[in-house]
Design a protein around this ligand. Sequence first.
Ligand code: SF4
Length: 322
Amino acid sequence: MQWKDLKARLLAVGQVHLTGEPAEQYIARSAAGPGAGGSGAVFFVIGSQRVKLVLDPLSSIEIAHQGNGIAELFFEGQHISGHLLEPGFHCPDQAFITVTGSCIFSCKYCSVPRIAGKRKTIGEIISMVESVRDRIHAISITSGILTSIEEEETYVLDVVRHLSSFNLPIGVSIYPTKTTPDRLKELGVTEVKFNLEAATPELFYRMCPGLNYGLLWEVLDRSVLLFGKNRVFSNVIVGLGETDAELETCIKKLTSRGVIPVLRPLNPVTGLAGTRRPSSERLKTIFGIHKRALEAAGLDPRLALTMCTNCTGCDLVPGSDE
Ligand code: SF4
């Protein structure tokens, strides 16, 4: 089976049952993203390609850890050799840190408000980065919202200011104000990700009451002007109820403006628990649309230095997953 097919099938399930030797050092625990607040996740790797799977003892897929990260994947009657990656923070190769682990908004697909974690101090964040410095090539920052969008931006800017001494590329993904791209650029941030999350405004307002879809487009346009091609990203969730045609329109609108879409299969939690994950066939269809749209716009996800497009764990990424 080709990697792209295998990864699409694994992402359509999303979970794995881990057996064998103790694997604590290979388990990523996250305060945001798929699997946040749960029992953790692992990165299964073949060659230079990887997939992140959330741990669930009830999953039909098994990964048997044989020691030293060497692992066997048992899936659909097949037996596939690979290994587990040791995470930096949240993902391999990066310190991807959630600054504030709670949120005043309640987007239906997101587990951060339910987890209601605390805000990390700048000292804590610096110590986290220092503890994995020898095995990361980037720092990525995301955040919930503790009291207001403006207050969160101010705090995250302060965090970023303190991280510049590491001399690593920094990626930032927060809910923005109009001036967030300019402020991040002034601080020397390398890449930004402002997430549309939904393919249409109707779905967005159903999923994210109180947030502003139009502002996100404005901020993405400004970001491309400031950060340039291949440095601006936006997550769009696959499986919120959009049609393929709606998703295609959204993908093309993003790429034609110089933004690389991050097409994230729905992980049905909180308000969407019980919703079906997108099928592997749908993920492959969308991969084709995504690939053609990126090529037509002259965008290349392999150039990403930070965040999800560099990590590739949770999504099918054209260029990397082929
Ligand atoms: S793709 Fe993004 S959300 Fe998934 S593990 Fe990597 S950095 Fe985290």
